[in-house]
Ligand binder design. Sequence first.
Ligand SMILES: [Fe+2]
Length: 287
Amino acid sequence: MKIKEFYDEPTFTLSYVAYDEETKDAVIIDPVLDYEPQGSTIAEETADKILGFVDELKLNVHFIIETHAHADHLTSAQYLKGKLPQAITVIHENIKIVQSTFKDIFNFDDSFDVEGKTFDRLVKDNDVLEAGSLKIKALHTPGHTPACTSYLINEKALFTGDAIFMPDFGTGRCDFPAGSAEDLYNSITTKIFSLPDETEIYVGHDYQPNGRDLEFKTTVGDQKTSNVHIKEDISKEEFLKFRTARDKTLMAPKLLLASVQVNIQNGIFPKAESNGLSYLKIPVRHE
Ligand SMILES: [Fe+2]
């Protein structure tokens, strides 16, 4: 199995194609749709890079997998599915919790999906997706969001989304609605750290701390010994104290409002209005 990364610099996001060169079996993980918030315009340049790679290698994409509903970039799952109609979109079944939570926040009407129906397949902890020669095990790793899931491919490579980042950047924030620092601690220490030390980890973002070059691949062993937030011996109390204090200092992601309402519907935009344009909703709060 091989892994090709695609880095979206504006949102620091890593998308991946995991594939078998011989059998051509492949999956896409966390693909980005370009969104420019000032003009509220979308583009498919980043997604087309993934498609170009898939075409060049003549890969058969079985699944388009979301590690979670992202709050900092839009997903290109729908665009890719249009081009790769055989591909099945996947997310954890707790997306229903996330959908319900944000349906209330955005005050959407009852036509808004809260049953996960906009996704082709909802997985549970330990489900295995069969993609030809690729076996993809879903490890539910909630905390950043309740639907967060890490995907272990062929017992070798783990895609952690925003649960855990490169060791020098730490862990994902837990202050989004329905997030939980305690869940994240349990997810990392009981699920991720129980995998063999040599298991490769591919992270969902890299923020290139201190201006260092892009890095996206590490191992379970390296995380246990050097993650700046959650080394193997840290207690739950210590982690909760740290994570909660850190989250209080973080600004909302720039694309939060746009990305959440689109991503929890699997990248489907609201139905176009009479002028052919789709509109997103923005709540206004008084401080
Ligand atoms: Fe995220």
